[in-house]
Design a binder for this molecule. Structure first.
Ligand code: C2E
Ligand code: MG
Ligand code: MG
Ligand code: MG
Length: 298
């Protein structure tokens, strides 16, 4: 069961996870006893049961050598009876019920506080937050997000907002307006799951992205799939030619890591670098992952 995606979601296994956690994670979604509805999610948000786990991202082009400079905040539902619940089971519900807005605010707020705390402790990190299409609808949201971040003792420059390619292209003129406002507030912007949506290259060129994040479906098995490697190389070249930094997600093995490094990928995220873990486990994971990164050939 160590190979299941679910167990990996738990991150560190040093914690005493409940049997319910483990059953939750290995059972297929259809057979689970608990199927959350809108009222359950509302209660979870009110009680503070939705929290960020953090997954490190290795920066390969850092001036002083490869380093962990950023983490991605990934939502987890810590249910008092049903254990840890993966975002695939409640983000769609949050999106269809309008609760994606309060969910995003709490992810941003908790991440901002955590980041400020880590920086005060000498651990200098930035954080990436996933932003659903609904969150880039309202012209007031950029101001609101920046105010939220500042109230929590952090700065928009410490944040990267990950917007899926399909989310950004849905209503591209309007999205462009909001993304520009976010960028002017100081937020960094990343085009998440790149390669799975349908972006026109002109739109990609005009949108104020800082980073292009190659979807993990191209990355996981790229060593055995020449088509995937063609897409990866083309994405890296396109990103660089547009002045963007290029990240690959879903890197699970050393050979994939080495391939992406050799192709000039700027940063790498995946189980090979580190699993998503609770905030308390992140400093130790960053230290351990940084040690491993320093062994990389320049
Ligand atoms: P994403 O933004 O593309 O995040 C990457 C997902 O890939 C995460 O799944 C992460 O745990 C997983 N992953 C990381 N490294 C590897 C790897 O090496 N191999 C494999 N197979 N998977 C890897 P997770 O945490 O289950 O999140 C799934 C999706 O849920 C995210 O995809 C994102 O779209 C969404 N999500 C998570 N948290 C939030 C949130 O706070 N707000 C919104 N709107 N969406 C969220
Ligand atoms: Mg993401
Ligand atoms: Mg992604
Ligand atoms: Mg993805």
């Amino acid at each position: 069961i160590g190979q299941t995606h679910g167990l990996r979601m738990l991150g560190s296994l040093r914690k005493p996870f409940s049997i319910q956690d483990l059953e939750n994670l290995i059972a297929p979604i259809e057979t689970r006893a608990f199927k959350p509805d809108a009222a359950d999610l509302r209660k979870a948000l009110d009680r503070g049961d939705i929290l960020p786990f953090f997954q490190p991202k290795a920066c390969l082009v850092h001036p002083s050598g490869p380093a962990i400079c950023e983490v991605e905040a990934l939502a987890r539902w810590q249910h008092p009876q049903h254990g840890l619940i993966a975002p695939g089971e409640f983000i769609p519900l949050a999106e269809s019920t309008g609760m994606i807005l309060p969910l995003t605010w709490t992810m941003v707020e908790q991440s901002a506080r955590q980041l400020a705390q880590w920086r005060a402790d000498g651990l200098h990190l930035s954080v990436a937050i996933n932003i659903a299409p609904a969150v880039i609808q309202d012209l007031d949201y950029p101001d609101r997000l920046a105010a939220l971040v500042e109230r929590a003792g952090a700065s928009p420059e410490w944040f990267t907002l990950e917007i899926t390619e399909s989310g950004a292209m849905r209503d591209s003129e309007h999205a462009m307006d909001i993304l520009t406002r976010l960028r002017l507030k100081g937020f960094n912007l990343s085009c998440d799951d790149f390669g799975t949506g349908y972006s026109s290259l002109v739109q990609l060129y005009r949108m104020p992205f800082c980073e292009l994040k190659i979807d993990r479906s191209f990355v996981v098995d790229c060593i055995d799939q020449s088509e995937a490697r063609v897409i990866i190389r083309a994405s890296i070249e396109l990103g660089h030619n547009l002045g963007l930094s290029v990240c690959a997600e879903g890197v699970e093995a050393q050979d994939v890591f080495d391939y992406l490094h050799a192709q000039g990928c700027d940063s790498i995220q995946g189980y090979h670098v580190g699993y998503p873990v609770p905030a308390t486990d992140l400093p130790e994971l960053v230290r351990e992952a940084s040690r491993r990164l320093l062994e990389i050939e320049p």
